[in-house]
Design a binder for this molecule. Structure first.
Ligand SMILES: [Zn+2]
Length: 128
């Protein structure tokens, strides 16, 4: 009669669980009795990042990326308006319109920068 003495190691502390000892299962891992009773009080996070969670994070990241892109777009338009206004003012044409363009461009430039920074901060914030 052969007795296959199967010993197992505790997944937690590494202690050999003897053939006559009862191995315990904790969260799918074989552990010794001491560890099982110790781990019994510990409630692990049973919900690690699921695919839906990851998708949600990616979706929000895309939303903020979109906002950043819009911010840069406004900055670009504002920059063009400023350049156009400066060129018109330099040539002394437009009768007050270039000054308005300049102010609108400046507001767009600053506002767009603000939007882009806001999007970046929010994207960073949600990514942790
Ligand atoms: Zn153990």
């Amino acid at each position: 009669m052969t007795s296959d003495v199967k010993t197992e190691n505790c997944s937690n502390c590494g202690t050999v669980i003897g053939a006559l000892e009862t191995p315990f299962v904790w969260q799918g891992n074989i552990v010794c009795k001491a560890c099982h009773s110790r781990l019994g009080n510990y409630v692990p996070d049973l919900k690690p990042a699921t695919s839906s969670n990851v998708q949600l994070i990616e979706k929000t990241a895309k939303r903020w990326k979109g906002l950043i892109a819009i911010g840069y777009g406004i900055v670009a338009v504002g920059f063009i308006l400023i350049v156009a206004a400066i060129l018109l003012i330099a040539r002394d044409v437009g009768g007050g319109v270039p000054q308005i363009l300049f102010v609108v461009g400046l507001v767009g430039f600053i506002g767009g920068t603000g939007v882009a920074i806001f999007g970046r901060v929010r994207a960073w914030w949600e990514h942790g």
